[in-house]
Design a protein around this ligand. Structure first.
Ligand code: FEO
Length: 408
C-alpha cells in the first residue's frame, strides 16, 4: 500500500510525476511536470481530472490501492486536453457506473475524443453544485483558460479550488506542496502563466472575478505544486499579471470603401482598439493626397489594419497605392491585419493579405492566432458580408480577440 498524500480531509493526490523532458506545445518541459489527479473519498467517491494518456495503466493500478474502482460515482473533467483526460477511457472501463461531469462543450468533446458509448454524463453550468455525500462541489466555467471548454471545481467544505491548468507549474516535483519546496517556485509559476494563460489575459480577469467570491485556502491544480499556503498571493499574482496596462502602441486603420460598410467596420475596429488602450487613427484612402498621409501613418504606427470593399473581384479606392509601397519600407516591428466588407466573395481582402505577407511585417491571420493562442474560432483577415450592423455578432468577438492579442 502506497503512502497516502492528503490534500485535505478525505481528499487524496492520486496523480503521476512525469520526470522526463516532456514535449509540450512546441516546447520541451526541461523540468518535467506532474499530472495531478485527486480522489475525494466521500459517500459518492469522486475523481477530479485524470492523468496523461501515456500513463493511464499506471494511474489506474495506483488508484486501485486507494479505492475499488467500481465504487467511484463521479469523474470530473475540468479540461479536456489529453494530459488530464487521457486516462479517462481506461478508468471509465473499470469504473463502469461513474458519471462523467464536465461543461456542455467538455462533454461533447469527450464523446468525440474517446467514443464513450453507453456512459452517463452530467453537464454542469456556471455556479452549479453537486452533493457527493460529505462534500459539495461547485463548478465555475472558465472558458479559454486555456481552451474553450474549461471549468474549475471548488470543494466548498474543504475551501479547496481544483482549477486544472490554471495556477499550475511545470515541474516534476515529488514534494508536491509549495510549502515543502526547497526553492522559490515564483519563477516557474510566472513562466507557466506567461506561456499558457497570458494569451487569454482577459479571460483570466473574468476567472479572477469569479473565484474572488470563494473562500479559498488551498489551490490544487493539475500540474506541479499544490498551493497549500499563500493561496491569495497566487491569485493576486494572476490578477496583476493579467491586468492590461496602458499601451503606448499606436494603430493606423487604412481603408477604401464603396458603400460605407468597410468604413463602419473600420470605425468598429478603431473603437475596439481604443477600448484596449491603443491609440488609433482612421484614414479613408480616397484621393492621392490620402496616400501620402497613409504612408506616413504606416511608418509611425505599430499596428496596421488595411481594408477595402470588393468590386469586380478587386480593391476599390487608392488603398492599393499604399500597399504597393510596403515592400520599400522596413516594417519588421509591425503587425498587420487585413479586413473588409463585401457582397459576394470578398477577393479584395485576400489580395490585401497577400500584399501584407510579401512585406516584412508580421501578419496576424487565423494561422498565427491558432499557433499563438490555441483559439481556432477567430477568423482573420476580418471578413464581413454585406451590412456591418447585421453581422456585428459574428465579427464582434473576432475584433475584440484580435485587439486583445495586439494589446498584449
Ligand atoms: Fe495541462 Fe491544457 O493541459
Amino acid at each position: 500500500m502506497k503512502k497516502d498524500i492528503l490534500v485535505g480531509s478525505n481528499a487524496y493526490w492520486v496523480g503521476y510525476v512525469d520526470d522526463r523532458k516532456v514535449p509540450f506545445h512546441r516546447l520541451v518541459l526541461e523540468k518535467g511536470t506532474t499530472y495531478n489527479s485527486y480522489l475525494l473519498k466521500t459517500e459518492m467517491p469522486t475523481i477530479i481530472d485524470t492523468v496523461d494518456i501515456s500513463f493511464g495503466k499506471e494511474y489506474v493500478e495506483n488508484l486501485k490501492q486507494h479505492i475499488a474502482l467500481e465504487e467511484i460515482k463521479y469523474i470530473v473533467i475540468n479540461h479536456v486536453e489529453p494530459d488530464h483526460s487521457g486516462a479517462l477511457p481506461v478508468l471509465a472501463a473499470k469504473a463502469k457506473d461513474a458519471v462523467i461531469v464536465a461543461t456542455e462543450l467538455g462533454v461533447k468533446e469527450l464523446k468525440e475524443m474517446y467514443k464513450l458509448h453507453n456512459r452517463q454524463f452530467l453537464i454542469v453550468r456556471d455556479g452549479d453544485t453537486l452533493d457527493i455525500g460529505g462534500k459539495t462541489l461547485k463548478f465555475l466555467e472558465t472558458p479559454y483558460l486555456h481552451t474553450e471548454e474549461t471549468m474549475v471545481t471548488y470543494s466548498v467544505e474543504d475551501k479547496t479550488l481544483y482549477p486544472c491548468d490554471i495556477f499550475s507549474t511545470h515541474i516534476a516535483t515529488y514534494e508536491l506542496f509549495n510549502d515543502l519546496s526547497a526553492e522559490d517556485i515564483t519563477g516557474d509559476f510566472e513562466v507557466y502563466y506567461s506561456l499558457i494563460m497570458n494569451p487569454h489575459k482577459n479571460y483570466v480577469q473574468d476567472m479572477i472575478k469569479k473565484i474572488r467570491q470563494l473562500d479559498i485556502e488551498v489551490i490544487a491544480p493539475s500540474h506541479g505544486y499544490i498551493l497549500r499556503t499563500d493561496a491569495k498571493k497566487y491569485i493576486d499574482s494572476y490578477d496583476n499579471m493579467s491586468k492590461t496596462s496602458e499601451s503606448n502602441r499606436k494603430a493606423a486603420i487604412l481603408f477604401s470603401t464603396m458603400t460605407s460598410n468597410t468604413k463602419k467596420l473600420a470605425t468598429f475596429i478603431e473603437a475596439a482598439l481604443t477600448a484596449k488602450g491603443i491609440e488609433a487613427v482612421l484614414i479613408n484612402v480616397k484621393e492621392e493626397k490620402d496616400v501620402e498621409v497613409a504612408k506616413e501613418a504606416v511608418l509611425n504606427s505599430d499596428i496596421l489594419f488595411f481594408g477595402s470593399s470588393t468590386r469586380y473581384g478587386d480593391m476599390v479606392g487608392k488603398i492599393e497605392e499604399v500597399l504597393k509601397e510596403l515592400n520599400n519600407m522596413d516594417l519588421t516591428s509591425k503587425v498587420g491585419v487585413a479586413f473588409g466588407s463585401y457582397g459576394w466573395s470578398g477577393e479584395a481582402i485576400e489580395i490585401i493579405n497577400d500584399y501584407l505577407k510579401t512585406s516584412t511585417m508580421k501578419v496576424l491571420d487565423s494561422s498565427l492566432i491558432i499557433k499563438s493562442t490555441g483559439m481556432d474560432n477567430v477568423q482573420a483577415p476580418i471578413r464581413v458580408k454585406f451590412a456591418v450592423e447585421e453581422e456585428v455578432s459574428k465579427f464582434k468577438e473576432t475584433v475584440e480577440v484580435i485587439s486583445d492579442i495586439l494589446a498584449g
